[in-house]
Design a protein around this ligand. Sequence first.
Ligand SMILES: *Cc1c(COP(=O)(O)O)cnc(C)c1O
Length: 466
Amino acid sequence: MNASFRAIPSVDAVLRSSAGVLAVERFGRVEATSRIRDLLDAERDAIAKGAAPRNAEGIAAMAFAVLEAASARSLRPVFNLTGTVLHTNLGRAVLAEAAIEATVDAMRGAVALEYDLATGGRGERDDHMRALICELTGAEDATLVNNNAAAVLLVLNTLAGHGGGAVVSRGELIEIGGAFRMPDIMARAGARLIEIGTTNRTHEKDYKAGLAQEGVSLILKVHTSNYRIEGFTKEVDATVLARLAGEAGVPLVNDLGSGTLIDLALWGLRREPTVREAVAEGADLVTFSGDKLLGGPQAGFIVGRKDLIAAINRNPMKRALRVDKLRLAALEATLKLYRDPDRLAERLPTLRLLARSRDDIATLAKAILPRAAAAVGATYDVVATDCASQIGSGALPLDTLPSAGISFRPVDGSGGALEWLATALRGLPIPVIGRITEGALVLDLRCLEEADRFADNLDGLAHGLA
Ligand SMILES: *Cc1c(COP(=O)(O)O)cnc(C)c1O
C-alpha cells in the first residue's frame, strides 16, 4: 500500500500531463489546479480502501471531464414541442431576426441610450420608443418597465401608493401564476383594495358604490387572461367604466395582460381587444406585456395620458424597474415590424407560429416520422397524429389551434417506458420538451422550424438505446 501511495502523482505532474495542459488552456490554471487537488484527495481515500493507483494522465483526464461537465450552459436552448407557443417556463416569445440583430449591435458597443444625438445633450431612454408606441396604440404618451407585473405595480404605487382606494371587480382579482396575485400586488404597491361585485357578476351600480367610498384613487380593470367565467355572468363595459371614472375624477387603468397590437382575427385567431381599442375606449392608462402576443422581449408597457405618465416617470421606483439597452433595442425592432402588417406573420415568429396551418405542420410530421421512428426503435409505436396547440401565457386560455405532431406509444403500454423516453429526450444535446397525454408522448411540431437540426439531434436517442 505504501508503494501505491508513493505512486500518487503530484499536482504539478498532473498539470504537466497532456490532458492537464489542455485543461489549463481551456478552463484556466486556478480551476484546473483546484479540481486536480480534489481528485488527488479522492485518490488517496480510494487507495486506502485498496484501489489501484492512477497515473498523472488518468487523473488529468478525469479533471478535464469534471470541468467540462461543470462548464456546460445552465440556460440551454431547447426544442419547445409542448404545443404551447408562448410557454412562460420556456422563455415565452422567440424574437424576430430584426430584434436579434438590433440586440447584438447594442451588446457589441456603445449606444445613444440617454443621449440626444441632435443636440449632444442628455436624452431619455423612453425617447426611442415613445413616438413608435403612440403611433401603434393611439396613446398620448408611453413608458416602459421590466415586465407587465412591474407596470401594474408602478401604476398602482404612483396613483394610489399612499393608501388610495383602487376599485376592482371580484371577478378580476386574478392570480397570474407564481406570486403575482392582484390583491398582494395592490398591498405591496401601497394601495387599498376596494372589492366590488361578485365573482361572476359585477354591475355598474357596484362600481358606483365603490366610487362613493372615501379616498378612491382609481378604477382598475384587469383582463382575466388565464381563465374565463362562463354562464350567468356580467361585467361592465370599459367605455362605461371610463365614463364613471371621469365623473368621479379618477383614472381608469386597464391591465390588458397580453395586449396585442393588431387584430389577430386576420390570421384566423380569436379576436382579442387590441391596445388601440383599450385606449380608444377611454382608459387613462393601459398596461401590457412585451413577450406575450406582442412577440418581443420581456417588458412592461404603460401607455396613456401624458400627465399620468409624467407622474409615473417621477416615481423613484421607475428607476428600479427600468429596461436595459438590450431589450430596448429588441423592442424597437419588434415594434417596427408592426408597421407592415402584410409581412408581419413572415417576420414575427410568435405570429408565424400561431398562424401556421395544421396542414403545413402535418406535412412536416410526415417528413420527420421515419427518422423519429428509427431513433426510438421497436419499443414504441410511432405515428403522425393530430393534436391541439395552445397560445400560452394566459392568452386566449380556452382556445386551441389544430396542430399535428408525432406520437410515441410504448408497445407494451408501460408508463416506465414513457417516462424513460421523456427523460431521454430532455437529455439530448438540444433537449426536446414534449407532452405526455393518454399514454403517449406527443411532440407537437407547431413550433418546430429547424427540421433537419431536430432530426439530427434525435439521432442521439439511438445512441442512448444502443
Ligand atoms: C401576464 C399578465 C401579467 C404579468 O405580465 P408579465 O409581463 O408576465 O409580468 C399581468 N396582468 C395580466 C392580466 C397578465 O395576463
